[in-house]
Design a protein around this ligand. Structure first.
Ligand code: F6R
Length: 261
């Protein structure tokens, strides 16, 4: 794992946007895996700025989002399809037909999961998968103790996740309890992983993901298996890391071609 610690989330998001922008410039037909939630919002704003001010071109980019709530139509203001349109897609020159979010209203939800996997494969696989990290260590909506080899599937959200996300949805009662999510196996197939985790609430999950044992109790720890995973943290989320100084040292010794900024 490449662990990059920045003082604040702001610098972390700008760095994350730089990494994605480089992928988009190097491969204008890249396939990006995207995430929702609070963490990537600032990163998306920076991508929008790079598009507007520097002409970053998304016209041939394809995207696959990690997850979607079961039962929420794309028009629902809490659906992840809606989130993506509001916070990124409508502000850049992406072809909406190339953007994919699992359909939480599909009549045959299991077929929707299988078909999502087929679409990712047909697109040539994901070049870079952006991830956030749940307070309980989840990635996508793969909650603790789910299979580390899972493919896109339907998951029941943990009570912790329901509580964390109900702030956005207004109330616990309004929260859908199920979601379609890429599996951990799907995520690990991406050629590159970029995970962002900020703030003190993520400290324990970060510690277990980076330095803990590889274990289904912390789904994020599966990323230890990935040959090209970059974790961008802030001082708060990195506060529990035993080897924080080692990661800083590595970061400071990079050769010019290994640097992003
Ligand atoms: C979002 C997703 C989730 C979030 C995680 C962190 O598509 O799959 O795993 O990344 O719950 O959420 P925030 O960023 O709101 O703390």
């Amino acid at each position: 794992m490449e662990v990059l610690i920045r003082e604040h989330a702001e610098a972390g998001c700008i760095l994350g946007a730089k990494i994605i922008a480089r992928v988009v410039r190097d491969k204008p037909t890249a396939v990006l895996g995207l995430a929702t939630g609070r963490t990537p919002l600032r990163l998306y704003q920076e991508l929008i700025r790079l598009h507007r001010d520097e002409g970053l071109d998304f016209s041939r980019i394809t995207t696959f989002n990690l997850d979607e709530y079961v039962g929420l139509p794309a028009t629902h203001d809490q659906s992840y399809r809606y989130f993506m349109r509001e916070n990124l897609f409508q502000h850049i020159n992406i072809d909406q037909g190339r953007t994919h979010v699992p359909d939480g209203t599909a009549a045959d939800i299991h077929e929707e999961c299988r078909s999502y996997e087929r679409k990712i494969e047909a697109a040539g696989g994901i070049d870079l998968q952006l991830l956030g990290l749940g307070r309980n260590g989840h990635i996508g909506f793969n909650e603790p103790t789910g299979s580390l080899r899972s493919r896109t599937w339907v998951k029941i959200l943990s009570e912790q996740t329901l509580r964390d996300n109900s702030a956005v949805l207004g109330s616990l009662a309004a929260m859908p309890k199920h979601a379609l999510t890429m599996g951990i196996g799907t995520i690990l197939d991406a050629r590159r992983i970029l995970l962002l985790a900020f703030g003190p609430a993520k400290v324990r999950a970060v510690e277990r993901m980076v330095e803990g044992p590889l274990a289904a109790i912390c789904p994020g720890s599966a990323l230890q298996l990935h040959p090209r995973a970059t974790m961008i943290l802030d001082e708060n989320s990195a506060a529990g890391l035993q080897y924080a100084d080692h990661y800083r040292w590595i970061d400071s010794q990079k050769l010019p071609w290994q640097r992003y900024e």
